[in-house]
Design a binder for this molecule. Structure first.
Ligand code: HEC
Length: 140
């Protein structure tokens, strides 16, 4: 190949690559159309795994749990309510954590408290935080 042909060829390859790049950007930006398989895939897509340092119980609580637990939404026990949390604590940590991980009362208390990228340990931290805020001893 002479230099001129090489240059033309290089420009052709570059142009193709840029087109592919631009097209991929475009499909990524387009929101999926409601009712299509793409839409169902999108809403059922598992959340991005959380890669940062472990979050404290208070951080998890503020991030997810407070939405319901800060105002007794549908009977969600509030941190600071020693009577409510005292009764819950009597069930033991395994039972409480089972209800957090799997959800409870037909989803009134949602699976993983709505924090799908929280680890079990982070969720346990949030439960311990609510118990401590209520002056209730964290059960075994
Ligand atoms: C959409 C609202 C909602 C969110 C968000 C939520 N909860 Fe709850 N939670 C509830 C409700 C409602 C109850 C009370 C269910 C009942 O006993 O009737 C509850 C109960 C609980 C209980 C007691 C379960 C038992 O066995 O008595 C624990 C522990 C708990 N939540 C932890 C959490 C944690 C941790 C988070 C955040 C990671 C969280 N919740 C987020 C609504 C919520």
């Amino acid at each position: 190949m002479d230099t001129k042909k090489k240059t033309v060829f290089a420009i052709f390859i570059l142009g193709t690559a840029m087109n592919v790049f631009a097209a991929s950007g475009e499909t990524a930006k387009k929101p999926p159309v409601e009712g299509t398989q793409g839409y169902r895939d999108e809403i059922n897509r598992p959340p991005e795994p959380y890669k940062g340092p472990p979050r404290t119980g208070k951080q998890v609580y503020t991030y997810r749990c407070a939405a319901c637990h800060d105002r007794t939404t549908q009977g969600a026990p509030m941190p600071g309510d020693d009577i409510e949390w005292g009764m819950r604590a009597n069930k033991g940590m395994d039972v409480l954590m089972g209800h957090v991980i799997n959800g409870y009362k037909q989803g009134l208390m949602p699976v993983r408290g709505g924090c799908l990228n929280c680890s079990d340990a982070e969720l346990k931290g949030a439960v311990a935080y609510m118990l401590r805020e209520s002056n209730v001893q964290v059960p075994k």
